[in-house]
Design a binder for this molecule. Sequence first.
Ligand code: HEC
Length: 280
Amino acid sequence: MRVRHCRWASLVLLWGAASVSAATPTRDELLAADYQQGRTAFQQRCSACHTLAEGGAHLVGPNLWGINGRRPGTAPGFAASDALKNTIFQWDTEKIYSFISDPAGLIPGNRMMIPEPVPAPDRAALIAFMLLETGGADWPRPATAGLADRIDTTRPLAERYPSFYRHLMTNTTRYRMETPGGELRFDVYFNTNGSASSSEPAIRGFWNTVERRGMEFFCYALDGIPATPSQLVECFPIAAMAIPRFAEELWTSKPVAGVTLHGGIMAGRPEPAAEPAARP
Ligand code: HEC
């Protein structure tokens, strides 16, 4: 007990030091910030690991809906590090500012790895965008939000997101589904014709893309799963999958109450079943 208390005390000192050096944006600065600049910064620097919308999936990092005022490491269904969970402040503009300036400085031992701090000129815009998109701003979204760079959906997905497309269409999407009735593992292969097939012959599905709030989502439906539920429908922001990664478990979601679905991407996929040989 005493040891833990001492460690907390020293962490509190560190937080104090971090927040002194941080030039936290004021509310006026957040209000005046450029929405588009914030969105671009978020998409480039954060969206590979975080979704913002309510009910969004956990990726490598937790869904950030409701982050303002929340205790660190408390996103339901996300296995946060002890470093994050033992942190005793509430997220606000100041804490987010110092976190994106120096994650390890604010919370030593946390698991979030970013290649570099968010550059100072982008910080206020990024925070304003995040607060707006996670229900944490007390000011309205700018009227132009979502208009500035409408996605040119006339071009095929394969051209707009080549690395994402190749990644998903040539590799194996691996699932582990935990249900009250037990655990089921199966592989899914998304095909360029919009279908999805599986290592479990009964599972069939399809995929398409959907634009929502200025972001494009990859959505798929699977049917015939030999478990309850036997159907799954999920959507992911494509930007979150733009950096091709391989791992057995890349994301976790709760498609229905009581069911946890872990998904990952494994390199390669089996050849489709051979056509029956032609008679000589
Ligand atoms: C490479 C993946 C990755 C990137 C990129 C990333 N994060 Fe994270 N983030 C994480 C992980 C993992 C955690 C959980 C850390 C832990 O459990 O120690 C996290 C945690 C957080 C938290 C705390 C969440 C909570 O529930 O307490 C915030 C806030 C956050 N990230 C914001 C951002 C912002 C803003 C950016 C972009 C500048 C960003 N992250 C970029 C992986 C990432």
